[in-house]
Ligand binder design. Structure first.
Ligand SMILES: [Zn+2]
Length: 219
């Protein structure tokens, strides 16, 4: 095969030094999503997560291992193109700019902050988050990246979410992290204050009322 320098090195063999797949956290049931553990090869920087969704499976991050392991460690790792300087989170292995000819990106530790690009208020969800309804799902641009990441925006009345509002990353407790995107959520930046109510916010608030009522009625 012709060698292509734009491709990243993928190890043929991985020796996982930290084995945790037997450390089940929580009861494994036949419905819902459960974290079972992870393997990490520090030599080759390869990260693998074991999950249970009706059946046990695992998922290798391969070239994105640094991001997955970073989540477990409470660090946000993205990538940066050495040619044009564009930053990506979620990370991209190769730059997307046509002029960069699929340049290989480099890992960069990002500041755990960003701003809301767009958002929606969820009035329905999967089983694991039903009791938190209604909540805000936001696409957030982290630390000046050119990509945005979807995650929950908490610590706010849903109708108060705003485009371009500054947010910070808030981590789950260390023992609850899984090496997945749910290891953190976003909250408004410390100095942020919502602008006052307006007709659209009033409308959103009204739409949220029956959802709150319904959640209260849940066993
Ligand atoms: Zn580039």
């Amino acid at each position: 095969m012709t060698k292509d320098d734009r491709k990243h090195y993928i190890p043929d063999k991985v020796e996982y030094g930290e084995k945790h797949p037997d450390k089940f956290r929580g009861d494994v049931e036949e419905d819902g999503f459960h974290f079972c553990g992870y393997d990490y090869d520090s030599e080759e920087e390869q990260f693998k997560v074991y999950l249970h969704y009706d059946q046990l499976y695992y998922w290798k991050y391969a070239e994105l291992s640094k991001m997955g392991k970073g989540l477990l460690d409470g660090e946000i790792w993205g990538t940066k193109c050495p040619e044009c300087g564009d930053k990506f989170f979620p990370p991209r292995v190769n730059c997307w700019n046509l002029d960069c000819n699929l340049e290989k990106t480099e890992w960069i530790k990002l500041k755990p902050e960003g701003y809301v690009h767009t958002y929606t208020i969820a009035g329905w969800s999967g089983r694991s988050s039903l009791k938190r309804l209604p909540f805000v799902l936001a696409y957030v641009v982290v630390d000046g990246c050119k990509t945005a990441v979807a995650n929950e925006l908490r610590g706010i009345d849903p109708w108060n979410a705003e485009f371009e509002m500054p947010v910070k990353v808030v981590w789950a407790d260390k023992e609850d992290r899984r090496g997945t995107i749910t290891d953190f959520h976003f909250e408004p930046a410390d100095d942020w204050e919502p602008s006052g109510m307006n007709p659209e916010k009033e409308r959103m608030k009204e739409l949220c009322e029956p959802v709150y009522e319904w959640v209260k009625s849940m066993k």
